[in-house]
Design a protein around this ligand. Structure first.
Ligand code: FPP
Length: 261
C-alpha cells in the first residue's frame, strides 16, 4: 500500500468530545497559520503589540470553537524559527504573550480537558519559557479532549533536519542501515510522530503560502486561505473554512476520492 494511503494512527488523547455538534463531521486535524496581527493593528493606527494581544483572544475563541465542533487536534503556529529576525521589542512581546497565555489559560484549558503538546526547538529558549512549556504538557498529559499542538520556535525544515539527525545517530550506532531509511522512518522521528497529518491547513490574512509550517506533514493537506486578519477570526470563519474543505476531493495520489470527513 502506498505510504500516504496508510490510515494514520489516531492518538489516544483524541477521543470524542462530550458535545459534538449533531450531524457535523469536522476534519480530525486542523492546523492554523495565524497571520495578520500586525496589519490588523496598522489599519487601526494601533501598535503591533495590540494586534498580537487581540490575536491571543482569537486563539482562545478558536480553541473553544474547535473543541465544541468535535475537531480532535488543533495545531497552531505561534512563533516561527524565522520570527527571531523581528525587532527585539516585538520578540519580547510575543514571548510575554506566550508566558501569559500559559500562566493565565492553562488552568482553564486543563479544566476543559484540553491536552497541550509543543513542537519546535526548545534548546536555546529562555529557561523560564522551557519550564512553562514543560508544565503545560505535564499538567495536561492525561486529558482526552481537544489536543492543542503549539508550534513554538518551529520551522518545518528544521524539524525535518532534527529527524534526519536522529536517524543518522541510529545509522552511526549500527542500529539502522542507510539503505533502509524510508519516508516512514523519517516521519517516525519528527517532533510529534504519533499524530496524524493535518487534514486542513488554514492561513489567515490573505497570504497564500506555508512559510515553513509543517513541511513534511502537509503533503496531502487541504489548504484554505481566508482573507480575514487573525484577530478577527471567529467560529464562523472556521466553519466557512471547513465548508470549503468539505467541497474538496482528497485522492492522496490515487484516483478515488476519499473525503477527509
Ligand atoms: C502573525 O502576525 C502572527 C504571529 C507572528 C504570531 C501569532 C501569535 C499570536 C496569535 C499571538 C501569540 C500567541 C501565543 C500563544 C504566543 P504578523 O505579526 O505576521 O502580522 P502581519 O503579517 O500583518 O505583520
Amino acid at each position: 500500500m502506498p505510504e500516504a494511503a496508510a490510515s494514520p494512527k489516531i492518538p489516544e488523547a483524541a477521543t470524542s468530545p462530550k458535545t459534538p455538534d449533531a450531524g457535523f463531521e469536522p476534519p480530525r486535524h486542523v492546523a492554523i497559520i495565524m497571520d495578520g496581527n500586525g496589519r490588523w493593528a496598522a489599519e487601526r493606527g494601533l501598535p503591533r503589540t495590540e494586534g498580537h494581544r487581540r490575536g491571543v483572544d482569537a486563539l482562545r475563541r478558536t480553541v473553544r470553537a474547535a473543541g465544541e465542533m468535535g475537531i480532535k487536534i488543533l495545531t497552531i503556529f505561534t512563533f516561527s524559527s524565522e520570527n527571531w529576525s523581528r525587532p527585539p521589542a516585538e520578540i519580547r512581546d510575543l514571548m510575554g504573550l506566550l508566558r501569559r497565555f500559559i500562566r493565565n489559560d492553562l488552568v482553564e484549558l486543563h479544566e476543559n480537558n484540553v491536552r497541550v503538546r509543543i513542537i519546535g526547538e526548545r534548546g536555546g529558549l529562555d529557561p523560564e519559557i522551557q519550564r512553562l512549556l514543560e508544565e503545560a504538557e505535564e499538567l495536561t498529559r492525561g486529558n482526552g479532549g481537544l489536543l492543542l499542538v503549539v508550534a513554538f520556535n518551529y520551522g518545518g525544515r528544521q524539524e525535518i533536519a532534527r529527524a534526519a539527525q536522529r536517524v543518522a545517530e541510529l545509522v552511526a550506532l549500527g542500529k539502522l542501515r542507510a539503505s533502509d531509511i524510508t519516508a516512514d522512518i523519517i516521519g517516525r522521528h519528527l517532533d510529534a510522530p504519533d499524530l496524524p497529518d493535518p487534514d486542513l491547513i488554514i492561513r489567515t490574512s490573505g497570504e497564500q503560502r506555508l512559510s515553513n509550517f509543517l513541511m513534511w506533514q502537509s503533503a496531502y493537506s487541504e489548504l484554505v486561505f481566508v482573507p480575514t486578519y487573525w484577530p478577527d477570526f471567529e467560529r464562523a470563519t472556521l466553519e466557512r473554512a471547513i465548508a470549503e474543505y468539505r467541497r474538496r476531493e482528497r485522492r492522496f495520489g490515487g484516483l478515488v476520492a476519499r473525503t477527509g470527513s
